[in-house]
Design a protein around this ligand. Structure first.
Ligand code: NAP
Length: 240
């Protein structure tokens, strides 16, 4: 039997000042957990400890973990949510735009997961949730960089599952479809409406609909789910 989960837990959500990360942090706060975030700018939700840290910077990530651990104890739940897009057609995509997206979305997730794993291994329990995207498996014109970064998270979660699954640690991927946040509000109106036509649910998700799934995967009830890719996409990517 895995060690019992103590409540409240130390939870770290990257990028919780806005959008999906914010909704995730708010849910854990409402459940009584001790919640921290790595953020760069903006106002944080009430009750969230903010540590200024850029996930592209290993030293900042390590220092950020030390600050969170000092305040809340070792991180038991890690949600790697921070992410960016730099869209462009393949032939015109610069090395910088490809590498920047990989550095934040994939390598940034690796940096926080690696650091979190040390204390999770010691605790013999942990929950890792990586925020991917339907685009990671479905693909998208103009998003070669973003799709590659999000597909990489699937291999990462499944490798962590094989490596650490025997130590009470789970690693899962949540793959949202289109969610109503700053990221999708930046899309041109004609693109937004063509996406709406393709989504069986005929609407975008709310950030809280994604957060609810993350909270479940971090719960004791999800202790036997690991290496899974859970879509929250209104049916857009089914079959992938
Ligand atoms: P968002 O509103 O643009 O928020 C992204 C968050 O990530 C912001 O808080 C941002 O902080 C943070 N961030 C970006 N780069 C960072 C860095 N280098 N270090 C630390 N934090 C950084 O995006 P969202 O829509 O909530 O998306 C959240 C996650 O869900 C992303 O991984 C995204 O790819 C994924 N996703 C979104 C959708 C969607 O439709 N919205 C769909 C599928 C997947 P700053 O404000 O400081 O930049």
């Amino acid at each position: 039997m895995p060690a019992p989960v103590s409540e409240p837990r130390s939870v770290l959500v990257t990028g919780a000042a806005r959008g999906i990360g914010r909704a995730i942090a708010e849910r854990f706060v409402a459940a009584g957990d001790r919640v921290a975030t790595f953020y760069r700018s903006g106002e944080l939700p009430d009750g969230v400890l903010g540590v200024v840290a850029d996930v592209r910077d290993t030293a900042a990530v390590d220092a950020g973990f030390a600050a969170v651990e000092a305040a809340h104890g070792p991180v038991e739940v890690l949600v790697a949510n921070a992410g960016i897009t730099r869209d462009g057609l393949l032939m015109r995509m610069s090395d910088e735009d490809f590498e920047e997206v990989l550095d934040v979305n994939l390598v940034g997730s690796f940096r926080v997961v690696r650091r979190a794993s040390t204390s999770m291994i010691r605790l013999r329990r942990g929950r890792i949730v990586l925020i991917s995207s339907v685009v990671g498996l479905y693909g998208q014109t103009g998003q070669v960089n973003y799709a590659a970064s999000k597909a990489g998270l699937v291999g990462m979660a499944r490798s962590i599952t094989r490596e650490l699954g025997g130590r009470g640690i789970t690693a899962n991927v949540v793959a949202p479809g289109f969610v109503d946040t700053d990221m999708t509000r930046a899309l041109p109106e004609d693109l937004r409406s063509s996406y709406l036509d393709a989504i069986p649910a005929r609407r975008f998700a709310t950030p809280d609909e994604v957060a609810a799934v993350v909270q479940f995967l971090a719960s004791a009830d999800a202790g036997y789910i690991s290496g899974a890719v859970v879509p929250v996409d209104g049916g857009l990517g089914m079959g992938h």
